[in-house]
Design a protein around this ligand. Structure first.
Ligand SMILES: Nc1ncnc2c1ncn2[C@@H]1O[C@H](COP(=O)(O)OP(=O)(O)OP(=O)(O)O)[C@@H](O)[C@H]1O
Length: 585
């Protein structure tokens, strides 16, 4: 097939002659001098071509076409450094080519489009887009319509756009409505919007597969629809940790070219009920207290997190608890191995084979055998008891602009494990040192009171004598939630897809029941903290978490950084190396 797609001819750009070659995987054009010697080559992977249009076409600020017989325009991904951030920004590159004849022009457009189809099989054709008009600086609609929609149009993607009118509308839509014909779901918003999409898609997939989400031993079914994140929130950590930059155009281009990044998800259970899903931070102690405190100061905007962090740090708290964990296989990877999970991560690729042994390639994942937990021998649980400053579990590095290497710098996005970080009680300066190291490249685990373990599951309970206040006692008597939107009445903790049920009453409960909230004003320190689950407070203290390997897929490819791109380039021949670097600059 590749030989059929090959095409080579002279083309002109700005009256300069180029030799253009379409090989199977790359489209290259090399400037020629008067003696026909090669000057500069630009090489674009076919998979990164966004669109091919007849004529001389402009997209921004408005689409305009100068329809000439012998011209065509190629749009493609162009990289630039992240302006101080860790990853690379993607921009829309554009080159207008002129041919000697219309026949040749038609040949080029036909071949390029055919190559796109062959080498980019996961490109979406139809997307369901949810915009949170109130997320972040309330610019979701503007971001989508001015920056993203023109790119989708150029790439021939049709989208059904829903501007949400209430919290949880996107999640409920995904749980109940017909999703036939959609290749993916895009959220325009922050981490809260992403979490809605996550819960909706996972819940829907399990409903359709007839699986019970409440049972932590059940191997959940991976979601068939991809998730795209257009960052427009005040916290966009999932986007940052999976793309490397917070930039709507970069994210839109990843969606268009059909990048596919699997992501591990942790399910959080209380007794025999699912409470929530988490992908980034599940934190008890310091991180839970900071979130609880910050809820009181929402009027401060994003500043509330810095303020609350200081207040909670000064309150110098630690909490008793019993942590049990199921270690992951230490031969596969370690949270202290100083590796980084970057685009093309080999640990994650090997995990795909381990987690889905019967699928020949990633595209057939969703029809494969899903019993990856059953294939792993469970191993032995390890138990530790004591007083902790914080207990955290993360399925990814949880890097963010303030902490570019993240909570666990060597964590992987898709290896079926999470990193459990135990920070034992210590003096305030020691804890400050631990916190400070998150903002630098110093190893935050190289401290005597810090432990990190790569795990498959975690259980947290209170020490004997400090048993959990029952759910009812802390104000959550209403076990039944009436979902007005759908007319459903479901019982929390008893039905499948019930994670959404806990949400409706949660805010109410937190206000009256959160032990931290009531105790900040008291001199007596609280005996228990609260869990921060990806920015939401959990109404339970004693929980069980299970990591589900590669449960969802994002339109992303993991963080690309300069060094990683250089490694990629090294694998190509010298000619392509030079041309690739040229195309970056
Ligand atoms: N139309 C709406 N009205 C009110 N809330 C909404 C609406 N649409 C979505 N939401 C909710 O708003 C919450 C926050 O949204 P999002 O994450 O997009 O923005 P954010 O500014 O990063 O949020 P925050 O900083 O408050 O966590 C989400 O949990 C989502 O459920």
């Amino acid at each position: 097939m590749e030989t059929n797609l090959r095409l080579e001819s002279s083309l002109w750009v700005d009256n300069k002659r180029y030799r253009a070659v379409l090989t199977g995987w790359h489209f290259n054009w090399t400037e020629l001098d008067k003696k026909n010697h090669d000057k500069k080559t630009i090489s674009v992977p076919v998979a990164e071509v966004v669109g091919v249009e007849e004529g001389r076409v402009e997209i921004l600020p408005q689409k305009s076409v100068e329809d000439t017989d012998k011209d065509f325009t190629v749009f493609y991904v162009k990289r630039s450094s992240g302006g101080g951030s860790y990853g690379l920004h993607w921009r829309l590159g554009k080159t207008q080519f002129s041919c000697l004849s219309r026949v040749l022009r038609d040949q080029w457009t036909k071949h390029l489009r055919a190559a796109l189809k062959t080498h980019s099989p996961l490109r979406p054709h139809r997307l369901l887009v949810f915009i949170n008009p109130f997320g972040g600086k309330k610019k979701g609609r503007e971001i989508y319509h001015s920056l993203v929609s023109p790119l989708f149009e150029l790439a021939g993607i049709s989208s059904h756009v829903i501007v949400t009118e209430r919290a949880n509308q996107a999640r409920d839509h995904l749980l109940k409505k017909d999703l036939t014909g959609f290749d993916g779901v895009v959220c325009v918003g922050g981490d809260g919007m992403f979490s809605e999409i996550l819960h909706g898609l996972i819940g829907r997939t399990q409903q359709e597969a007839g699986l019970c989400e409440n049972d932590p031993t059940v191997t959940l079914h991976p979601c068939p629809l991809h998730i795209g994140i257009i960052p427009a929130g005040s916290t966009d950590c999932v986007c940052f940790a999976t793309v490397g930059v917070i930039d709507p155009v970069t994210s839109a281009l990843h969606i268009i070219i059909g990048d596919s990044q699997p992501l591990d998800v942790s399910s959080v259970h209380q007794a025999s009920a699912l409470v929530r899903y988490s992908v980034s931070l599940l934190g008890y102690g310091f991180y839970g207290d900071v979130l609880a405190e910050s809820e009181k100061h929402r009027w401060m905007g994003p500043l509330r997190y810095d303020y609350s962090g200081t207040v909670v740090y000064l309150s110098n708290r630690s909490y008793g608890g019993i942590v049990q964990y199921l270690p992951a296989d230490p031969v596969l990877s370690s949270p202290r191995d100083r590796t980084r999970c970057l685009a093309g991560c080999s640990v994650c690729s090997r995990s795909t084979e381990r987690l889905f042994p019967h699928s020949s390639d990633s595209s057939s994942l969703h029809s494969s055998h899903y019993s990856h937990f059953n294939n792993d021998s469970e191993g032995d649980w390890v138990s530790v008891e004591g007083r902790f400053r914080c207990v955290s579990l993360t399925c990814m590095s949880s890097s963010c602009p303030k902490s570019p290497l993240g909570l666990s710098p060597s964590a992987h996005l898709a290896d079926g494990t999470g990193d459990l970080i135990l920070v034992w009680d210590t003096h305030p300066l020691g804890f400050l040192k631990y916190l400070y190291r998150h903002t630098s490249s110093q190893d935050q685990f190289d401290l005597p009171f810090v432990e990190v373990h790569r795990v498959k599951a975690v259980r947290f309970s209170l020490p004997p004598g400090k048993e959990e206040e029952s759910f009812d006692e802390i104000g959550g008597q209403n076990d039944v939630v009436d979902d007005e939107e759908t007319g459903y009445i479901e019982t929390a903790s008893r039905t499948g897809s019930q994670q959404h049920l806990a949400d409706a009453d949660l805010t109410k409960r937190q206000k009256t029941a959160n032990p931290f909230l009531c105790c900040t004003a008291c001199s007596k320190a609280p005996a228990v903290s609260v869990w921060n689950c990806d920015g939401e407070l959990l109404p339970f203290t004693e929980i069980l978490c299970r990591i589900h390997g590669q449960l969802v897929r994002l339109y992303a490819r993991g963080i690309e950084d300069g060094a990683a791109m250089q490694d990629y380039v090294e694998e190509n021949d010298k000619h392509e190396r030079i041309s690739y670097i040229n195309s970056l600059t």
